[in-house]
Design a protein around this ligand. Sequence first.
Ligand SMILES: Cc1cc2nc3c(=O)[nH]c(=O)nc-3n(C[C@H](O)[C@H](O)[C@H](O)COP(=O)(O)OP(=O)(O)OC[C@H]3O[C@@H](n4cnc5c(N)ncnc54)[C@H](O)[C@@H]3O)c2cc1C
Length: 355
Amino acid sequence: MAVEIKEQGYVRLPAFLERGFSDLKREVIVKRKCSMCGTCAAFCDKITVDGGEPEFAEEYDTVCGLCYTFCPRTFMPLTAIEESIFGRASGDDEVLGIYKGCYEARAMSSEIKGQDGGVVTSVLAYALETQAIDCAVVTASNSDWRPEVRVVRDSEALKRSAGTKYTLYPSVVGVRDALNAGYSDIAFVGLPCQIQGLRKTELAAVKQPYEVGIERVKLLIGLFCTRNYTEGLLEFVAERVPLEQVRKFDIKGKELLVYGVDGVVSIPLSDLNSFVGEGCSVCRDFSAELADISVGAAGSADGWSTVIVRTERGEELFKGAHESGYIEVEDIKDTGLELVRKLAANKRAQASFRE
Ligand SMILES: Cc1cc2nc3c(=O)[nH]c(=O)nc-3n(C[C@H](O)[C@H](O)[C@H](O)COP(=O)(O)OP(=O)(O)OC[C@H]3O[C@@H](n4cnc5c(N)ncnc54)[C@H](O)[C@@H]3O)c2cc1C
């Protein structure tokens, strides 16, 4: 999308804005820290992510600094972002970040076949149907489980995008598509790294002189994430189950469960280590700490989702979806919350700091 100068000659550029794609490449991509979130490409016409890794499409690097500034792997001004979203920074003991409430919830509609409780799809359906948002950027998949980002406007399309795709994919580029299509109340669903990229963009839009349209992104739903996988995982699975016969992938404990038409095939996660995204190893965020609402499986019974409500906007929509009969909600059990906290602490402890 076109980037417009908002206050030319008025705001002094911070030093990091003098960096360009070549710096991003040297510090993040070459060092295998890229999570392939897609944020750099979403806000720059010159960057493509078609082959997975971001690439610069032109000879001359304009050093405008946006890709470097927005990337969640260059630097992370966590305190400033938290202060801008929540009014304060989290303490070291707040391993789930800052939140207002934590619940178990599930869809009331039997037509929603979600990954867990179908809460993401239900809350988005409520938000679309009440016009709180005018579109949602979601990650669907084609018949062989390759992810595909879609900008959707109705519940039927939402239902088709439900379910987890355990494949690295630059879903944030869907935000560019939604902006280019002229939407003004955009919801985005994505992984912690993707939410971080969008929050960095939001913060930078206040502090630097460029207008990229991020203020039109009004709702961020984050997914819990321990790790993600390259497309090699799909090729590995395809040798055991034809992908067009797979109905669902799920990770339970130390197994990847592949639900096919002839039953469930279980693959030990230890067989899949070579497909883990290299850029995931530096990530400390399990519960999408910067989202408006975070949703995951851990901590709740099968068929339910664990929901962490963080912001006023998230609370308003989660409550609205509950009161309007889209979801049923219970307080999370102490054991469930303890498990989520433990997983979050483990991810922080295991994250490596690669220079
Ligand atoms: C790579 C990955 C790893 C995860 N790891 C964990 C984990 O370790 N522990 C845990 O408790 N939960 C994990 N989750 C979250 C969990 O699998 C469910 O997504 C979550 O519980 C929401 O379930 P639901 O039934 O409410 O969502 P649904 O109603 O089924 O909606 C799911 C939404 O997720 C979006 N989505 C699916 N795949 C992707 C993707 N690759 N990138 C961006 N968006 C996507 C879809 O657009 C859809 O809107 C992970 C999810 C992903 C994508």
